[in-house]
Design a protein around this ligand. Structure first.
Ligand SMILES: Cc1ncc(COP(=O)(O)O)c(C=O)c1O
Ligand SMILES: N[C@@H](CCCC[NH3+])C(=O)O
Length: 421
């Protein structure tokens, strides 16, 4: 895997031994590779090099760590944000407002005001009531908000139901068939400057066909809207490109194949194209490093109990997601094992009957491809502090989010007066 490799029998990230990080910071800990982030940005950008000045807005939800965002900001990426919090994080990390797009079905008036105040590039509206609210907020500030409507193309992305966003029954976007009416209504809202069309049909897509179907619908709508007199200047094609998790499954289309399809489908569109990649930029740039607490006998296979849990990496519990689990110092033997965390839920299971490196108590294991939707979805269930994060660059590394002391978690609550004595 990219920049997570074995040197003299032990896993390193770039030039730093994983064991050195574990010894210094403790486990569990997320570890990110700057070299992989940089490579992914250039691969994605190269795939779109035939386009004129595309805006590549990293989906901050995939990994909002300040150091990761600052790395991507230095590489010239923009940001796709879905909350005021993500907006402020992106700006704090150095991403200019004119490269920021704001998505999401539930933007509040306060978040709209914040984003208008910063002068973001585009709001992706997801309903007519939202358009009316944004227009009012913009007028109250003496501004016009640059907007696109996110259309729901009713295309099956062929991904997990919980991360599919482009079917008519999903909460996202406005119905494609009513788009002309919605745009006509938006034109009458004087606080809006209607500039674009947006789409995003889901995440971890492993087939280009649904994306092509959705983009084709966007192209037809851009043409119809321009014919109807709308000054459409942008088309936001969202994110969603999948990454390889399980080597037993077919490899998802490469960014180059995605770029070839995009360039073919969008040939001649009179707009600036925008993209919101998340997973494909950060997924393989991160691993969750964990230590085996003990190994317990199981009916079919031993339970390898690690010190990471569902609160640290939720994807296996939530989506039955598959992450490669590797010994940091493999002994050269493999066997079936069940890998579980310490949380008191049966769902706190990373793998069942997995053929993997044999490990023993005290050994380190790495959950691979954990850079996207890993730390960002972590919680404190079972009163486990949030997982720390480390960024590596060559032979340098730094803690970019410290492990909070348990006292901080306890101090976050307060006991009301009437219980005080
Ligand atoms: C609106 C929007 N844009 C972009 C993304 C990023 O998706 P991905 O990480 O699959 O590239 C998401 C998440 O699926 C999203 O909801
Ligand atoms: N959290 C999901 C992706 C959701 C994308 C959000 N639009 C995952 O881990 O795969």
């Amino acid at each position: 895997m990219d920049h997570f490799d074995y040197v003299d029998g032990a896993m390193q990230v770039e030039q730093v031994p994983m064991a050195a990080i574990a010894d210094a910071v403790g486990t569990p800990v997320y570890v990110y590779s700057t070299a992989t982030l940089t490579r992914h940005v250039s691969v994605f950008r190269d795939a779109l090099s035939a386009l004129d000045n595309p805006l590549i807005a990293f989906a901050v939800k995939a990994n909002p760590n300040a150091a990761v965002l600052a790395t991507l900001a230095k590489l010239g990426l923009g940001a796709d944000v879905v909350s005021g919090g993500e907006l402020l994080r992106a700006i704090a990390a150095g991403i200019p407002a004119d490269r920021i797009v704001f998505s999401g079905v539930g933007k509040t008036a306060e978040e709209m005001r914040l984003a208008l105040g910063h002068g973001i590039f585009q709001f992706n509206l997801e309903s007519e009531p939202e358009a009316e609210m944004l227009s009012q907020v913009a007028l109250s500030m003496g501004k016009r908000a640059p907007v696109a409507y996110r259309i729901n193309p009713d295309v099956d992305a062929g991904t997990h139901a919980k991360i599919s966003t482009g079917k008519s029954e999903n909460k996202f976007g406005i119905p494609y068939d009513r788009a002309l009416e919605s745009y006509a209504a938006a034109r009458d809202l004087s606080g809006l400057d209607v500039q674009g069309v947006a789409v995003h049909i889901g995440s971890q897509l492993t087939d280009l066909a649904p994306l092509e179907a959705a983009f084709t619908k966007v192209g037809a709508l851009v043409a119809a809207l321009r014919d109807a007199g709308h000054d459409i200047r942008t088309a936001d094609l969202g994110g969603g490109l999948g990454v390889p998790y399980d080597p037993a499954l077919p490899v998802p289309p490469s960014p180059a194949a995605y770029g070839e399809m995009v360039c073919r489908v969008t040939q001649g569109w009179p707009v600036r194209l925008m993209f919101e990649p998340g997973r494909v930029i950060v997924g393989n740039a991160g691993a969750l490093l964990s230590r085996v607490v003990r190994v317990k006998q199981g009916a079919q296979a031993p339970f390898v109990i690690v010190d990471a849990a569902m609160n640290d990496l939720l994807r296996p519990s939530l989506y039955d997601a598959w992450h490669d689990i590797r010994a940091v110092t493999p002994v050269g033997q493999r066997a079936a094992a069940n890998v579980v965390g310490p949380v008191c839920e049966t769902g706190d299971t990373f793998a069942m009957g997995r053929d993997m490196d044999v490990v023993a108590a005290g050994d380190l294991v790495a959950f691979m491809t954990a850079g996207a939707y890993g730390a960002t979805m972590a919680g404190t269930y079972n009163s486990r502090p949030l997982t720390p994060e480390v960024l590596v660059s060559g032979d340098k590394w730094a803690v970019v989010r410290a492990r909070p002391p348990i006292e901080a978690l306890i101090a976050g609550d307060s006991i009301p007066d009437w219980l005080a004595d």
